[in-house]
Structure formats: C-alpha cells, structure tokens
Write a protein of this length. Structure first.
Length: 287
C-alpha cells in the first residue's frame, strides 16, 4: 500500500491506496500552520503499513532530489509554510517520500488513470484559484531549474479589455487575466454566479485559447486536459476548441488537431486526479 497527499492551500487530502489508483481510505485535513496540520497527517498514516508516500504540493517547492532542500517549500504566499520540508516531516517515520507539484500530480493522475492514458505527451491545466500547468513530455513529467510556471505566460489583451489583472507580479499573465480570482475581481461576482453572461465566457475562452495556442506550439502535446473550478462551466469547452483552432490559423496540421473534441478535453477523474497521481508518485519512491 502507498500513501498520498494532495497538499492544497485550503485543505490537505490524504489517502491510502494501491499503485493502480484504488483508494482504500481518505480524509480531508484543513491547511493551517505546519505545527497544526502535519500531526493529523502523520496520525492518519499510523494505522497503515505503507511503503512510501507521494506528495503533490503547492509551491514553489524544490524538486531537485540531489539537493538538501528537496521537498522544501520556497517563498510561498502561505508564509507559515515558507521553509517547511516535506522530507523532514516524514524523516522520523522512516517512510520514503516523493514530492512534486500539485499540478504535476494531477497531470500524472490523468495520464495513468484518466484522459491521458496511452499518450506520451499530455498537458494538464488547472484553472481555478490559480492557473497551473503540468507537462508530460515524452513519457516523463517535465522539470527544470524549479518547475514550469506556465500559468504566468504573458498574453495579448483582448480588444477593449482594460482590467488591471489579479496577479501581483504580472498584470497581463494568463493567471492574472483568467483565473478564478481574476473573474471575481473583474466582475465583482464568482464565476458560478455569472453562468448566464455569455460575454464573460467569451472573454474567458479567448484568453484560455491564446494560452493553449502557445502551449501547442511549444510542447506539441497529443492531448490537452483542462481541470479546475473554472472549467466546471462546461459551455467553455466548445468555445475554447473553436477559438484555439482560429488562433492556430491552419499553421499546424495533425490528426489530433483535426478532431478538437478529442484533443481539448475535461479531466476524466473529476477531482481525484491529484490524489490518484500522488499514489502513483509514491510508487516511484520504491523504484
């Protein structure tokens, strides 16, 4: 059996399961300070004999396994967690851990058990409180000097849009223009209160499509999977498919792009992609 943690900013989902993504037990624990949160997580795992733990964590987090800071959280806006080490938290238990970003865990969850099965190149994008991108490239999750922050690519503004943006670092980035908080700041309401506003979703789809066009050109994925709270507005999908094709403007011609309904798809696992992906990551700790 393996342990899994989907470490989110508001809650931690912990689970025990097998390498096939079958969940045996799970629990939600509120994300407070490490001193308040971690004891509850460790207690949950005490009653099971688990081989390893996979953790999909909010970041920034060090993913270099050769670094003494592996698993340590960097300059997060969650100040209580800055400097916290997932590896050190489990040191006394003797249980090995594998740490990756929350969006990478969701990406590998969809690749192994969801809408990315059988594909060597997949992009998973979560559009919600923030915008994160997990890139599965040539059979591996993509890492680099830290991890991709593709939610912060700069986008050309849509005509007539003078919204200042919600990102404190980049006013014109994808997250700043199209995340859940951006919708709330732009219109003064949550997205679920705006479902009848066609103009809202036309603009949202326009920014998402501009980002997808760039990801397609840069990473050449064989499928794009969209998740997160904003993507619960299902009317977005046909608009995004249409606009993405328009922005590509016939430049690329592949069998995948000729079938946009199968190319840009929702997450199949409907909220469990992160925890199932973390279970799969746990398996890697024993390899």
């Amino acid at each position: 059996m393996y342990g899994a943690i989907e470490a989110g900013g508001t809650k931690m989902v912990v689970a025990v399961g097998d390498e096939n993504g079958n969940i045996i037990d799970t629990k939600e624990i509120k994300t407070e300070t490490p001193k308040e949160t971690i004891p509850g997580i460790l207690k949950f795992f005490e009653k099971y004999e688990i081989d390893s733990v996979g953790i999909g964590a909010f970041g920034p987090v060090c993913l270099d396994k050769n670094s003494s800071d592996y698993g340590r959280i960097g300059k997060s806006p969650k100040l209580d967690w800055v400097g916290f080490s997932w590896k050190e938290a489990f040191a006394e238990t003797g249980i090995p851990v594998v740490v990756d970003t929350d969006v990478n865990a969701a990406c590998i969850g969809e690749v192994m058990f969801g809408n990315g099965q059988g594909l060597s190149d997949v992009i998973y994008i979560t559009i919600g409180t923030g915008i994160g991108v997990g890139v599965y490239c040539d059979g591996h999750l993509l890492h680099g000097m830290l991890h991709p922050e593709a939610g912060h690519i700069l986008l050309a503004r849509s005509v007539g849009d003078d919204f200042k943006g919600s990102c404190p670092y980049h006013s014109d980035c994808f997250e700043g223009l199209a995340s859940g908080p951006a919708i709330r700041m732009r219109y003064g309401k949550e997205g679920f209160d705006l479902t009848d506003r066609e103009d809202v979703w036309e603009l949202e789809a326009d920014y998402i499509s501009k980002a997808l066009m760039q990801y397609i050109c840069c990473y050449s994925p064989k499928r794009i999977i969209l998740g997160g709270g904003v993507m619960h507005v299902e009317k977005l999908f046909p608009i995004i498919r249409k606009k993405t094709a328009e922005y590509l403007n016939g430049y690329l011609n592949t069998s995948e792009l000729r079938d946009m309904d199968s190319y840009i798809v929702p997450a199949l696992l409907r909220g469990e992609q992160g925890i199932k992906g973390s279970l799969f990551l746990a398996k890697k700790a024993k390899l």
